[in-house]
Design a protein around this ligand. Structure first.
Ligand SMILES: CC(C)(COP(=O)(O)OP(=O)(O)OC[C@H]1O[C@@H](n2cnc3c(N)ncnc32)[C@H](O)[C@@H]1OP(=O)(O)O)[C@@H](O)C(=O)NCCC(=O)NCCS
Length: 328
């Protein structure tokens, strides 16, 4: 069985910035509270005419350009999003068409903040099966469209952005090493968008009650995220005979700086083994893992041959961790 490696990576964030000071004018909050409780200082927000597929397309084009391959060489496109342009057609179809990826099939993957990791797991297996050569995983979200900017518990957290990684075959033993993904639907009520689906279709009443926005019980999500991010990384490493000391970097989903540092401390990781860039982007949901990976590469913290673990916890609950050897 061939291996699968990450061979290119690029991101896109919209130019508009929403700072903590801007939020102070919108809800009863303050910069100090937000920084101390979340680590976030600013986030990027898409212009009204920009939708998720637009950002996904930018990230996709930049990734292919970096690798120097044509869109027609793609075999599959996986778009991980919770804010598709529309429920259908899928965002993968919209991106495939505008990219000109004539030979690709694809689909949207809905797994909230763990989705990019599930996309990497899926792409790695498509490639390792020998049936696909180039699989593009895109994480993209326009969270500002589903956030209630009168709810100070959620509006401080999220931002917009996208990132993509190209997965292609590698010699056996290189690239993808393993995964540990879990879902736990018993936590579904703690983080959800109640209306707009078949359970509660859109009505004047659902709009009036603001049920088309993200609802969250922050502390429940927080506690679960710290525990599962720690346990999942520990168990995935143990499965491969490794300990946290063996890895170069933990690249975690960026939901709250305190979640990341608490999980990293439990793992016994040093500060320079963990990537945190939540201060500049907030939680971009689909974009966090590629954005944090890009920043690690650009900062010279990730080199060919390094062991990297990606980890996330998200709505559902969804939990995911992937272990890769970095190959470019
Ligand atoms: C949302 C979150 C930042 C809130 O932080 P917290 O420390 O748990 O704060 P609490 O919810 O306990 O609220 C503490 C107090 O701060 C207040 N508060 C909440 N948001 C505030 C804000 N933006 N500014 C100022 N005060 C705020 C609360 O109303 C509460 O006041 P009270 O004690 O008078 O009732 C935190 O729970 C969190 O990040 N949870 C995980 C979220 C997450 O990861 N979501 C995505 C998963 S992918």
């Amino acid at each position: 069985m061939p291996g699968a490696k990450i061979s290119a990576l690029a991101c896109y964030v919209p130019p508009g910035v929403l700072t903590n000071q801007d939020l102070e004018k919108m809800v009863e909050t303050n910069d100090q509270w937000i920084v101390e409780r979340t680590g976030i200082r600013e986030r990027h927000i898409a212009a009204p005419e920009v939708a998720t597929s637009d950002m996904a397309l930018e990230a996709a084009r930049a990734t292919l350009e970096q690798r120097g391959i044509a869109p027609a060489e793609l075999d599959a496109i996986i778009v991980r999003t919770v804010t598709p342009d529309m429920l259908f057609p899928s965002t993968a179809c919209l991106v495939q068409d505008r990219l000109g990826a004539k030979g690709a099939w694809g689909f949207d993957l809905v797994a909230a903040c763990s989705g990019f990791i599930y996309g990497l797991t899926t792409a790695a297996h498509l490639v390792m099966a020998g049936t696909h050569r180039n699989v593009l995983v895109i994480g993209a979200d326009t969270m500002s469209r589903v956030i209630d900017y009168t709810d100070r518990g959620t509006c401080i957290l999220f931002g917009d952005g996208a990132g993509a990684m190209l997965i292609e075959p590698a010699p056996q033993g290189e690239g993808f090493i393993g995964f540990l993904n879990e879902i736990d639907g018993s936590g579904g009520d703690y983080l959800k968008m109640p209306a707009g689906g078949s359970r509660m279709p859109a009505t004047c009443e659902t709009v009036k009650q603001r049920l088309h926005f993200v609802k969250q019980e922050g502390q429940q999500v927080f506690k679960y995220a710290v525990r599962k991010m720690y346990e999942t990384c520990r168990d995935l490493l143990a499965r491969h005979g490794l300990t946290p000391k063996d890895i170069k970097l933990l690249i975690p989903h960026q939901a709250n700086q305190r979640i990341i540092t608490a999980a990293a401390e439990r793992l016994g990781l040093s500060c320079d083994q963990v990537i945190i860039n939540i201060d500049r982007y907030g939680n971009t949901t689909g974009g966090t893992i590629p954005l944090a990976t890009r920043d690690a590469v650009e900062a010279g913290k990730l080199h060919k041959g390094d062991l990297v673990i990606f980890a996330a916890v998200g709505a559902g609950f969804t939990v995911g961790a992937n272990l890769w050897r970095w190959e470019y």
